[in-house]
Structure formats: structure tokens, C-alpha cells
Design a protein around this ligand. Structure first.
Ligand code: C5P
Length: 240
């Protein structure tokens, strides 16, 4: 394995719990994902406390607002030096372009690397009926493809997508487009509420760049051993 692709999702509002977990799995995962739950409770200071000191950070804040506001929010996020951050592709091409431009200019101003901007297409919690209730006439798969293409045209670096979309999106969006996959379950872990799961090695073989894994690590009796187990499995199976 040339790099560890696993970002561990620390889904908690408790900063001490997040920090304790981050320490336990340090060096055994590729990075940490902190999202809205953690950020709403603890803010940028909480993020710095848990993911400071050079740990790769996936700051999953799913921005969706007018272009000017999203650009401002992205500039704020760049101060936390995340490797990746997210917005909703449904905000439109102009919003996504404003985000990419703001990330570039703010990173340059601060002398830090530009975070990768990733788009969320259709939330995997939504069914086809939920989608049509919002006025979208296309099928789920067509809408995911349309939004991924729109994101790519707008200069976005990649998308967060479900296990069953990764192959099609890799084929359509080409090799450089970052595909980040949640819903990952090692064969030895419980599925919890995830419906369509892939093992870490399966997801990488289908073309994933990064894997988001939460409870198989965070809820394990020994999180460090769970993270190490996943890394060993990927080492054995990852042809890259
Ligand atoms: O614990 P688990 O591995 O299911 O955690 C998966 C993480 O990925 C959570 O932070 C969840 O919010 C996130 N996620 C997801 N499905 C998506 C997008 C994000 O499970 N489609």
C-alpha cells in the first residue's frame, strides 16, 4: 500500500471522545473525517484540537448556499488546512466554481495546500420517491451522473459516492477524479444501518481513491487493532 486511503469518521459531539480515538488510531489510518455533528458542537477550535498537528483532515461540512456565502465558508475552512472538504452539487455550477476559486485564492494567500473540493450528489438516505418529491424527474442513477458531471465541469476535484456508483463514475469521470466512498465494511464487521456495503479491498478495486470508515473502527473493542487489521487487508489486496 503506497498510502493508507482510510479516513476514520469521528461522528460525535464529544471533543474528548474524538481526541481519545484520534490518539488511539494515529498512524493506523490515512486521516480523520470530522463532519457537521462535531463541527456544530465544537467549531474550528475543536477541529484544531482533534486534527491539528498535520493529521490529514477530511472536513465534511457539505456547504450549500449562494455562491458568495459558500466562497466565504470555504475561505474559513481553508484556515483549518483540510485535505478535503465538501459541498452539495445541487447548489449549481456557479456555486461550485466560486468554491473552487475561493479555495485556490485563500490557500495561496495563506501559503497552504489547496484543499480538494468534493461534491455530494444525491444523499444516499434518499429514495427514488424522495427524489421525485423534490421535483427531480430523472432516475436516481441519472441524477447522480448529471451532478457528478456538473461538478467536474465546474472544476470540483471529485465526489463522495456510494459503493454501487463507484464503478460507473470512475468510467465516466476518468482517472484523476477523486472518488470517496462511505458505507465500507470489512468482512468481519457488522453492517449497522448501511444497506449497500463493500469491503475496503472491493471498494479500492472498483476505483475508489479514499474510504470513509466509521463504526467498524470507532465502535470496535480495540479501535487501534481494527484500524491496523483494515490496513493489513488493504496492503495484501491493493495492487497499486
Ligand atoms: O460508521 P460508518 O462507517 O457507517 O460511517 C460512515 C460515515 O460516512 C458517516 O460519517 C456518514 O455520515 C458518512 N456517509 C455515509 N453515507 C454517505 C455519505 C456519508 O455513510 N452517503
Amino acid at each position: 500500500m503506497t498510502r493508507n486511503p482510510v479516513f476514520c469518521a469521528l461522528d460525535t459531539t464529544d471533543p474528548e471522545a474524538a481526541l481519545a480515538l484520534a490518539r488511539k488510531i494515529h498512524g493506523l489510518v490515512g486521516g480523520l473525517k470530522l463532519g457537521l455533528e462535531f463541527f456544530a458542537a465544537n467549531g474550528p477550535a475543536g477541529v484544531r484540537a482533534v486534527a491539528g498537528g498535520g493529521v490529514p483532515l477530511f472536513l465534511d461540512l457539505k456547504f450549500h448556499d449562494i455562491p458568495n456565502t459558500v466562497a466565504g465558508a470555504i475561505r474559513g475552512a481553508v484556515r483549518l488546512s483540510p485535505l478535503m472538504t465538501t459541498l452539495h452539487a445541487g447548489g449549481g455550477a456557479e456555486m461550485m466554481r466560486a468554491a473552487v476559486d475561493a479555495a485556490g485564492s485563500e490557500a495561496q494567500r495563506l501559503g497552504v495546500a489547496r484543499p480538494k473540493i468534493l461534491a455530494v450528489t444525491v444523499l444516499t438516505s434518499m429514495s427514488g420517491d424522495d427524489l421525485s418529491a423534490t421535483g427531480v424527474g430523472s432516475s436516481m442513477v441519472d441524477q447522480v451522473r448529471r451532478l457528478a458531471a456538473l461538478a467536474q465541469e465546474a472544476g470540483v476535484d471529485g465526489v463522495v459516492c456510494s459503493a454501487h456508483e463507484v464503478e460507473a463514475l470512475r468510467a465516466e469521470c476518468g482517472p484523476g477524479f477523486q472518488l470517496v466512498i462511505p458505507g465500507i465494511r470489512p468482512a468481519w464487521a457488522a453492517a449497522n444501518d448501511q444497506k449497500r456495503v463493500l469491503t475496503p479491498s472491493e471498494a479500492m478495486a472498483k476505483g475508489a481513491d479514499w474510504l470513509v470508515i466509521g463504526r467498524p473502527i470507532t465502535a470496535a473493542a480495540d479501535p487501534a487493532e481494527a484500524a491496523a487489521h483494515i490496513a493489513r487487508e488493504l496492503d495484501g489486496a491493493d495492487p497499486r
